[in-house]
Design a protein around this ligand. Structure first.
Ligand code: ZN
Length: 256
């Protein structure tokens, strides 16, 4: 994630990047490590354990188009707010319908009141215009983070989605593990074909066994998350209350 953000000039202290291609997506997808050429050692499992991530940096030029001429609001509500980046942000894992992804939010500060917060703070998100928040595909509360795609599916089917989601996420992990093993196998086969000194190669191979891929939930590996039916119900209730609040406000406004 860090390397990717640096290459885009988004990591604090990195060199500004000229973007002739007008890169217009906040999504970043992992590379396909199977395609990396000329590796004679088994690849690190790390390359196979990357998840997509979504960059959420409302203060950055990347999102300037959405700001129009407005200034970003201060979380404390300062009248003449001056909101700026305040260092490295934080990743937050989101449950999506096709697997998990990370939401990488910037750390912000208001130069007037000196208050600091993360760009995924639900209190602050409330203050942003719909133009911004509509782009954010996740529903965020202080404790929970879930993709809108999961909520849509939950409303549509009304089933116990937790089991389905967990199955799908475990399958994804299994597939990544298989991709890793196949790549290791591919390297061994390639080496065996390259040299006739099969015995020596096999001898060396034993010294360079692939690293273990790790379990589904390993925090320094795949970092797979768990979702319960209870969690999903809570998210649905939260969204319902949120919408109810918005509608009530709208109706009260009309009455006045
Ligand atoms: Zn302020």
């Amino acid at each position: 994630m860090k390397t990717e953000l640096e290459s885009m000039g988004l990591w604090p202290g990195s060199i500004p990047v000229h973007n002739p291609m007008k890169m217009v997506s906040l999504w970043r997808f992992p590379p396909q490590p199977e395609l990396i050429d000329s590796i004679s050692d088994p690849p690190s499992p790390k390359y196979f354990q990357l998840h997509p991530f979504f960059i959420w940096k409302p203060e950055n030029d990347l999102m300037a188009r959405l700001r129009n001429n407005d200034t970003l609001p201060c979380i404390e509500g300062c009248a003449q707010a001056r909101v700026a980046s305040a260092g490295v942000g934080r990743p937050r894992v989101i449950v999506g319908i096709t697997g998990q992804y990370y939401l990488f939010s910037s750390r912000l500060c208001c130069k007037v009141c000196r208050k600091r917060w993360y760009a995924d703070n639900p209190l602050w998100l409330e203050k942003l215009s719909k133009r911004f928040t509509n782009l954010l595909l996740a529903i965020l509360t202080y404790k929970k983070a879930i993709c809108k795609s999961v909520m849509d599916e939950l409303r549509r089917t009304g089933n116990d989605m937790a089991k389905q989601i967990m199955e799908m996420m475990h399958l994804k992990y299994e597939r990544a593990h298989l991709a890793f093993l196949l790549t290791c196998q591919n390297i061994v086969d390639g080496e065996a074909g390259k040299y006739d000194l099969r015995t020596i190669t096999q001898f060396i191979r034993q010294e360079t066994k692939p690293a273990p891929f790790g379990e589904y939930g390993d925090s320094d590996g795949w970092n797979g998350i768990s979702v319960s039916a209870h969690y999903l119900t809570d998210c649905l209730l939260h969204e319902y209350k949120h919408q109810e609040g918005a509608i009530t406000k709208l109706l009260q406004g009309k009455r006045c």
